[in-house]
Design a protein around this ligand. Structure first.
Ligand code: FEO
Length: 172
């Protein structure tokens, strides 16, 4: 049985993962509006990733005998200054997600909830990747600035991203 404090923290995190999907949907829309199809596609995959994260938490709460209670999702930022601003915003957002995952992990450790500690390890590793990816793209865009050829190259590169079902959902 899941401790009610962990249940509440994960319920909040489900909401935050869905909010993350909203943010990336909003970023996808911003790129589509500017005919940057590669970056828009990259954001579309990111939306799917965030929905998967929510699903992984959702499954875990149910598996441990808890109940998911969905809450309203805050509206996302809709305006950005540039592609660089979008990815810097994404990086800042992922840093907030990391802090939240760490706080849930701290709670699980405090409660000696070993199952939750083990479950959360996947998210700790995932956040290292999430931050590294956003940081790398922001770095490239910082270097490219407004040079159209460089932006075109980055857009094409990001457009090759494909979705891979995260291992907790793939049953690996
Ligand atoms: Fe669900 Fe981007 O962290």
């Amino acid at each position: 049985m899941l401790d009610s404090r962990i249940e509440e923290a994960i319920n909040d995190q489900i909401n935050y993962e869905l909010y993350s999907a909203y943010i990336y949907y909003s970023m996808q829309s911003w790129f589509l509006d500017r005919n940057m199809g590669g970056m828009a596609g990259w954001m579309g995959i990111q939306v799917m990733e965030e929905m998967s994260h929510a699903q992984i938490f959702f499954n875990y709460v149910n598996e441990r005998g808890g109940r998911v209670l969905l809450k309203g999702i805050e509206g996302p930022q809709t305006e950005f200054d540039s592609p660089l601003d979008v990815f810097q915003t994404a990086l800042e957002h992922e840093q907030k997600v990391t802090a939240r995952i760490n706080a849930i992990m701290d709670l699980a450790i405090e409660l000696k909830d070993h199952a939750s500690v083990q479950f959360l390890h996947w998210f700790v590793a995932e956040q290292v990747e999430e931050e590294a990816t956003a940081s790398e793209i922001a770095g490239k865009l910082e270097w490219a600035q407004d040079a159209p050829a460089a932006l075109y190259q980055i857009d094409s590169e990001l457009g090759t991203r494909t979705f891979t079902t995260p291992s907790p959902l793939a049953g690996d």
